[in-house]
Write a protein that binds this ligand. Structure first.
Ligand code: GDP
Length: 445
């Protein structure tokens, strides 16, 4: 995600800061910044106001006469990006002793039902006992979908026959059922439509008035750009939203919705959907997003992901080998398995500062099917002698042909593997340089 905005924005800022810094040059260069934002589908007024604010600060004497004006300008852009998307309060107020109510709204297809499940899972991990409520009586399939998701997450789902109930009744009865089943939070999966219409809004306002939810959250699809922002505005006018959950940020989004929602509606993005799986909901951090947009990686998320999926002791052992120059193909095989658990290679590399721009290494990872690849890699490495595994540089043409025959691979694949090993070693070295193991340990303690 966000590749083109990162590239266009960093180029535009680079052009400003590389040249001679003067008020005229900055004003001219900011035109490029604005273009980069508009190409990313940022709302026009938001892009304009953003550039005006940056320009106003950048052309002042304080910056121009400072020691490193270029760095200062990047700092101003970063701060303004953070301000554009924040501040965010991620808390979901769960009230002790009573049933908390979270009302989820959104257009059809935005990812509402999936996100209800993700949110339930997240709340469970925090010690809450959620119940999902099928308040969408328009589409029988929606009730079935919620039941399936409830089962996957392991939470009860309250539902009633659509023909003999109303959305408000379902929600009210769900509140009673939650008490009986000892659940302390109910998540209302309300109806969606392809477009906003009056009857949908009326139905939602009725639920809002009768149930008085603690939080009203809107689920928006990041891929729909300004349409998502416009729908957020309409929902907020009707319901006073507490937050937005932006889904499909893992997809090929240009970034416009993420950058515009808060500025247009005043409602912050609280969480982001990062994939279809039910554990892929993350708190939305404006500072991390700004770092990613500026191509500076996102160490905090990398550490958190690593901590969730990797064994810190194992990582430390590998790092040690790395630093001692002893990281070999045996370790490579292990590391591949560990990194595979964290997600796609490409998505991880983007989190590493400076790696996002290393397009060659990125391309090498493109199109990897981790499960299949790991099996093949294992077969190839198993056909090597212990000496070759420890010293891959010894693998010459004839050894390569022998390994290829032994593992049923093509000699070119052996070359690819050795290249991947080199790339991975570089990546591990970066991680080691950042003290990944130490930081992960610190987080654990
Ligand atoms: P609803 O109509 O708003 O309830 O939407 P659904 O929950 O049925 O989701 C619509 C589609 O979007 C489904 O295929 C989901 O798997 C998918 N989806 C939901 N959230 C995400 C996300 O964060 N990332 C990706 N890639 N897909 C998502």
């Amino acid at each position: 995600m966000l590749e083109s905005i990162t590239e266009n924005l960093t180029n535009a800022i680079g052009n400003i800061t590389r040249g001679k810094l003067s008020e005229g040059n900055i004003r001219e260069g900011m035109g490029e910044v604005r273009k980069a934002l508009l190409e990313a589908d940022v709302n026009y007024d938001v892009a304009k106001a953003f550039c005006d604010r940056v320009t106003e600060q950048a052309v002042g004497d304080k910056v121009l006469k400072s020691l490193k004006p270029g760095e200062q300008i990047v700092g101003i852009v970063y701060n303004e990006l953070v301000n554009l998307m924040g501040p965010v309060d991620h808390s979901i107020a769960i009230r002790r002793g009573e049933t908390s109510i979270i009302m989820m709204c959104g257009l059809q297809g935005a990812g509402k039902t999936t996100t209800c499940g993700k949110l339930a899972k997240m709340l469970m991990a925090e010690g809450a006992k959620p119940m999902l409520v099928a308040a969408d009586l328009q589409r029988p399939a929606a009730i079935e979908q919620l039941k399936v998701i409830g089962e996957q997450v392991g939470v009860p789902v309250y539902w009633e026959e659509a023909s003999s109930s109303t959305p408000v009744k379902v929600c009210q009865n769900a509140k009673k059922a939650a008490k009986q089943q000892d659940c302390n939070v109910i998540i209302l999966d309300t109806a969606g439509r392809l477009h906003i219409d009056d009857s949908l809004m009326k139905e939602l306002i009725q639920i809002d008035n009768k149930l008085m939810p603690n939080q009203v959250l809107l689920v928006c699809d990041a891929m729909t750009g300004q349409d998502a922002v416009n729908s957020a505005k309409a929902f907020n006018d009707a319901l006073e939203l507490d937050g937005v959950i932006l889904t499909k940020l893992d997809g090929d989004t240009r970034g416009g919705a993420a950058l515009s929602v808060k500025a247009v509606t005043g409602v912050p993005i609280k969480f982001a959907g990062m994939g279809e799986k039910l554990d892929l909901l993350e708190p939305f951090h404006p500072d991390r997003m700004a770092q990613r947009i500026l191509g500076q990686g996102d160490i905090a998320t990398l550490l958190e992901t690593a901590q969730r999926h990797m064994d810190a002791d194992e990582l430390e052992a590998q790092q040690k080998k790395m630093l001692e120059g002893k990281f070999d193909l045996n370790d490579f095989m292990k590391a591949m398995g560990q990194i595979q658990k964290m997600g796609s290679m490409k998505s991880i590399m983007k989190l590493i500062p400076g790696m996002g721009q290393l397009s060659q290494a990125m391309d090498a990872m493109e199109g990897m099917d981790p499960d299949k690849d790991i099996k093949r890699v294992k077969a190839m490495i198993s056909s090597m002698t212990e000496d070759e595994r420890r010293n891959p540089e010894k693998i010459d043409r004839s050894r390569r042909n022998r390994i290829a025959t032994g593992s049923g691979a093509d000699p070119a694949e052996i070359n690819d593997l050795l290249k991947q090993f080199k790339d991975m070693s570089g990546m591990m070295q970066q991680m080691a340089g950042m003290g990944m193991g130490d930081r992960m340990k610190a987080m654990r303690e």
